[in-house]
Design a protein around this ligand. Structure first.
Ligand code: ATP
Ligand code: MG
Length: 572
């Protein structure tokens, strides 16, 4: 590609509305432009890299025995009603209407559409397993679209679905997908960790996220020396027992206007860990009291999973009064009607004196002993791990780091096949429900993640595998006839050898050309300068290391082609 003919609008300044380095660089390097909040055009450079990531995904999926298809983006609401997701998915789902006032979903994910397809075609165990995927634009009305293509409202995703006769068959496909995903991200030149994750509204039990390690990542990861790694939504920690203390008497204390943990613990002169926070939630119609220690955060993802509800919500002041007979801010588990479901966090201990709300205005109870003053019927892990907690596996300290979620694999089990009636006949002629798995990769997010990990103060540092072009030729002074001639013949030589090449044939100052070359970040730059030409050489400069090799003019094309081929094999 000749820069004089290309549409690569680079910018000198950072865009004002971009926070993340990948977002800034994609705009500045002429890869991306915003149309509206969370909606972007991928310009030619951005699209080339996106296609390369998609192609790597395709190759690894095909190698793993999956088949590509293309499902419709637009799906009738009825299909989504079958699984209950029309109601449950909430505001993230775009819901267009047709001229007959019929409702549709713009696909944010495609479990319903693919299960509908498979249920009409699969008859017998001989038709299974199946592993189908697509690479397609997804639509999600994110609350806060931001960071460019990292969290967009319209983005490219690879979504795959597998269908099995039983759990064992799913298990082996799941392991195969895990390997394939690792291969995809390795080939994209990324450093990543695989973490145990929360299954969110999609459901199912076991699932893993592929996290690209980056300080700017939105996801928090807990990990420890033994290899345990989990997202903050699902990380467990080992509860360290407090030593038992002498039993205190249960007493009511006046705490006028003191509602929050901070207020009450300061007022009573106690550590926040002495307090029990009691939070009343509604999971649909069902009220549930979640009780957690005052010094820990309730983890809504863990609660949602426990209750089997996508988004339990906090009760309003009126609902609290109706259910506990006490006002907001003074709720506690002691003396509540036993029909109200109460769940205690696993870290709450017998043998310790706690403080709780008294279900009465301006009053708390001190000396509360669980077991004595309140019976625990249900315990669960309800709180978020903290840095310094002990690893649930090895007991070593948990470390906290940040990552970008680029892929997600789930074992779905019967979650969609059961409500949608996707069944098959086994060898004995019994009807059984198909067991499913689902697998996603954020293709455009992966592009951003590569930049987030691979850049310097001057711009992007593309790995060869996903670079929009491999070689960037910079003739330093285009007014110099020999320079121009050498550049043209090198360009022709590379095009001949099928090397993806940019030729900066613009009549620009050398400084501006070098700046743009660094910004766009092609892995190999060839500098053609008058000085070098006097010695009959051009310079091959590696974008990543900055090392320079001088190569004879006549050998430059072959040297570049060889270098590119060798580097590409490393990431294949
Ligand atoms: P997140 O927690 O970041 O919202 P998710 O759990 O909603 O992600 P999945 O439903 O598992 O994501 O989607 C599969 C993949 O699609 C994710 O791993 C991510 O890489 C990508 N993805 C999800 N939402 C977006 C988005 N709004 N913009 C770009 N990529 C996205
Ligand atoms: Mg999401």
């Amino acid at each position: 590609m000749r820069l004089t003919q290309a549409f690569i609008p680079t910018l000198k300044e950072d865009p004002t509305d971009a926070e993340l380095i990948s977002h800034k660089l994609m705009i500045r390097a002429g890869m991306l432009r915003k149309l509206a909040a969370g909606i972007y055009t991928l310009l030619p450079l951005g699209w080339r890299t996106t296609r390369k990531v998609a192609q790597i995904v395709r190759e690894e999926m095909d190698r793993a025995g999956c088949q590509e298809l293309l499902l419709p983006i637009l799906m009738p609401a009825e299909l989504w009603r079958e699984t209950g997701r029309w109601e449950k998915y909430g505001k993230e789902l775009f819901r267009p209407r047709d001229r007959h006032e019929r409702d549709y979903a713009l696909g944010p994910t495609h479990e319903e559409a693919i299960t509908d397809l498979v249920r009409t075609h699969v008859r017998s165990y001989r038709d299974l397993p199946l592993n189908l995927y697509q690479i397609q634009t997804k639509f999600r009305d994110e609350i806060r679209p931001r960071f460019g293509v990292m969290r967009a409202r319209e983005f490219l995703m690879k979504d795959g679905y597998s269908f099995h006769v039983d759990e064992a068959q799913l298990e082996s496909a799941y392991e195969r997908m895990r390997e394939a995903y690792a291969a995809v991200f390795r080939r994209c030149g990324l450093e990543f960790v695989v973490v145990e994750a929360d299954s969110g509204a999609i459901g199912g039990d076991v699932n893993h996220e592929f996290m690209v390690t980056a300080a700017s990542g939105e996801s928090l990861i807990f990990s420890s020396a033994c290899g345990y790694a989990a997202s903050s939504e699902s990380a467990k920690y080992r509860v360290i027992p407090h030593s038992a203390e002498p039993e205190a008497r249960l007493e009511e204390r006046s705490t006028p206007g003191q509602k929050t943990v901070e207020e009450v613990s300061a007022f009573l002169g106690l550590e926040p860990s002495r307090l029990l926070k009691s939070l009343l939630f509604l999971a649909g119609e069902e009220p549930v009291l979640a009780v957690v220690p005052g010094d820990r955060e309730l983890n809504e993802a863990k609660l949602a999973r426990l209750l089997g509800h996508a988004a339990p919500r906090l009760a309003t002041a009126q609902e609290i009064e109706a259910l506990t007979c006490g006002p907001l801010g003074f709720t506690g588990p002691v003396g509540l009607p036993s029909r109200l479901r109460s769940v205690f966090d696993v870290s709450i201990q017998e043998g310790r004196n706690y403080v709780t709300g008294a279900n009465k205005r301006d009053a708390h109870l001190v000396g509360v002993r669980v077991g004595r003053d309140v019976r625990i019927e249900e315990r669960a892990d309800l709180t978020t791990a903290r840095e310094g907690d002990c690893c649930p596996r090895c007991g070593d300290t948990l470390k906290l780091s940040r990552g970008i979620e680029v892929g997600h694999i789930f074992k779905l089990g019967l979650k969609y096949s059961e409500p949608m009636g996707a069944r098959y006949l086994d060898a004995e002629g019994n009807e059984r429900t198909i067991v499913m798995g689902t697998y996603g990769i954020g293709v455009t997010r992966t592009v951003a993640a590569v930049i987030e990990q691979l850049h310097d103060e001057n711009g992007i540092i593309w790995p060869y595998s996903v670079a929009p072009y491999h070689v960037h030729i910079v003739p330093v002074n285009t007014a110099h006839a020999e320079t121009r001639a050498v550049a043209e013949s090198l360009y022709a030589g590379l095009v001949d050898r099928d090397v993806e090449t940019i030729l900066d044939d613009r009549d620009e100052r050398p400084g501006a050309k070098f700046k743009d070359a660094d910004l766009m970040g092609m892995p190999l730059r060839v500098t053609i300068g008058e000085k070098g030409l006097k010695d009959g050489v051009v310079e091959l400069r590696d974008r990543k290391s900055g090392t320079v090799e001088r190569v004879a003019v006549g050998e430059a094309a072959e040297a570049c082609a060889k270098r590119v081929a060798a580097e590409l094999t490393k990431l294949s």
